[in-house]
Ligand binder design. Structure first.
Ligand code: XBP
Length: 270
């Protein structure tokens, strides 16, 4: 029996339901730059097959082919768009009061009380993480995490396992003592590629996606008075994801045979 020693949380879509705000920031950027791009919710659900907002816009522009001629070299233009989008996203975070997803704080408190260590591993910028979490948690919240790995520390985006490998390095733990919690196929792929058992909490943009290789797929982590809805489980019945469920996931037989289906055309435009 392996002992659960750490939980590694993804951020966007997992800690908080941020992707709708990201989507709004992208669309406001397109208006500000006079682009007739409109990332509807359906299109954004497809585009989430690409981690990294800059990479997502780059791939979208490339997929437009001759329909779109960037004002400058596309790489440079996508960087400029992304800077603008990030500023708008942080304004949206500052004006709204985006809460944590169900069960996140409960599980973090349970882990801290039990001496289970914590880490964050995300493809977004560190500034986005602090802007999101500073208003939600006490001033010393970063001390709760023994590793916070963002796009600032590891440029390679999910599904690369780079952020998870860096989190494990900083934790100085092997993958088989930790469980990852994710929200997207790319996040699941990244965590699995780092050898981590992974729990997926879906949301509007990912609820129709398939998550082969996940130990458990639920609509959220659950609260005692708000049971989660299980899509798939390799850990038996679950109504609330607690340390016991994570320990079952850690010690369940390894998932070896699974295949990720190639996602939307955008992924090939990178
Ligand atoms: C989520 C992402 C990010 C956000 C947009 O990262 O893939 O790209 O969608 O944020 P994770 P940026 O799930 O790893 O937290 O525009 O800053 O990339």
């Amino acid at each position: 029996m392996q002992t659960l020693q750490a939980i590694i949380f993804d951020v966007d879509g997992t800690i908080a339901d941020t992707e709708e705000l990201h989507r709004q920031a992208f669309n406001r950027t397109f208006v500000d730059y006079g682009l007739d791009w409109d990332w509807t919710r359906a299109r954004y659900a497809e585009l989430l097959c690409i981690s990294g907002g800059r990479e997502r816009m780059y791939a979208y522009a490339r997929a437009l082919g001759a329909e779109f001629t960037p004002p400058t070299e596309l790489e440079r233009f996508s960087i400029e768009l992304h800077r603008h989008k990030t500023a708008l996203y942080r304004e949206l975070l500052a004006t709204g009061r985006l809460g944590l997803r169900p069960g996140v704080r409960r599980l973090i408190d349970e882990a801290r009380a039990a001496g289970v260590r914590l880490a964050l591993a995300t493809s977004t910028a560190r500034g986005n993480v602090t802007q999101l979490l500073n208003p939600l948690w006490p001033a010393d919240w970063q001390n709760w995490f023994d590793a916070i790995v963002t796009a600032d520390e590891v440029a390679e985006k999910k599904p690369s396992n780079a952020v998870y490998r860096e989190a494990l390095r900083l934790l100085d733990l092997p993958a088989d003592r930790c469980v990852a919690i994710e929200d997207t196929v790319n996040g699941l792929r990244a965590a699995r590629a780092a050898g981590l058992k992974t729990i997926v909490t879906t949301h509007y943009f990912t609820e129709l996606h398939a998550f082969p290789g996940a130990s458990l797929v639920v609509d959220h982590l659950g609260e005692p008075n708000l049971p989660c809805r299980v899509t798939t489980s390799r850990v038996g019945p679950v109504s609330c994801v607690d340390l016991g469920v994570l320990r079952r996931a850690l010690n369940a037989p390894e998932v070896t045979r699974f295949r990720f289906h190639s996602s939307a055309a955008y992924a090939t435009a990178l």
